[in-house]
Design a protein around this ligand. Structure first.
Ligand SMILES: [Zn+2]
Ligand SMILES: [Zn+2]
Ligand SMILES: [Zn+2]
Length: 68
């Protein structure tokens, strides 16, 4: 009987953590975190948004290559 756990429906923009990088992004950054990038031969990160970091050692993508 915990009524406080009922999710509230609010109409404003909710900042949800990104599925790929875990950042709670601003509305202006929406594209970077949701728009798929058709990057190339690396099957691990193809069609992932630009914010995604590919951990694959051999990744050749400019967008997704993990910069440690
Ligand atoms: Zn992201
Ligand atoms: Zn990639
Ligand atoms: Zn990759």
């Amino acid at each position: 009987m915990d009524q406080s756990s009922v999710p509230q429906q609010d109409t404003g923009f909710k900042r949800l953590p990104c599925l790929y990088c875990g950042e709670a992004y601003e509305p202006g950054d929406h594209a970077r975190h949701t728009e798929p990038v058709h990057c190339g031969p690396c099957i691990t990160c193809v069609d992932k948004p630009a914010c995604f970091s590919c951990r694959l050692m051999y990744c050749v993508c400019d967008v997704h290559k993990y910069r440690g």
